[in-house]
Design a protein around this ligand. Structure first.
Ligand code: FES
Length: 162
């Protein structure tokens, strides 16, 4: 019966302060839970989209790739070259463990900084642990410009005459 008696007695100042504090803490907990629910709901409704560079892209007119050179497309991780047989495109991703290779110039060729693989200007393996040449990519001319399609792997002897 002491509990009922306690209710009848007017609350002391200390008890009121405690009730007020507990009320505020409960309000904050409800606020945090509500904010978490709103955030989670908004995050759930937003689609998880991974933005990647397009797989088909323009390099420019063939005149921008002079004979004997390799143009590096760092964003797409692609090399576009022009040698005697014609134009070609190949990936810059090393066939060993997927590092991005570096073009070191016409004499040096292409090197992989990770484990030292060395490739020729046309992507053949000259040294190091790479098990296969750099894959060739489909290349065509559309509206007077070279267009690479990174989804289409072509034979190593694929050259585009322009
Ligand atoms: S990833 Fe290129 S040599 Fe290992």
């Amino acid at each position: 019966m002491s509990l009922i008696d306690d209710l009848k007695v007017g609350a002391t100042r200390e008890e009121l302060g405690r009730r007020e504090a507990l009320g505020k803490m409960a309000g904050m907990a409800i606020g945090v839970a509500g904010a978490g629910t709103v955030f989670t709901t908004i995050r759930y409704l937003r689609p998880n989209v991974l933005f990647e560079p397009p797989t088909r892209f323009r390099v420019g007119p063939p005149s921008e790739v002079p004979k004997g050179t390799l143009v590096v497309m760092p964003e797409q991780r692609v090399y576009v070259g022009h040698l005697d047989p014609g134009y070609f495109a190949m990936t810059a991703v090393c066939t060993h463990l997927g590092c991005i290779t570096r073009y070191m110039g016409p004499e040096e060729g292409i090197h992989c900084p990770c484990h030292g693989s060395h490739f020729s200007l046309t992507g053949e393996v000259l040294g190091g642990p790479a098990p296969a040449p750099l894959p060739r990519l489909h290349l065509e001319i559309a509206d007077g410009e070279l267009v690479v399609d990174t989804r289409r792997i072509v034979d190593a002897d694929f050259f585009l005459e322009a």
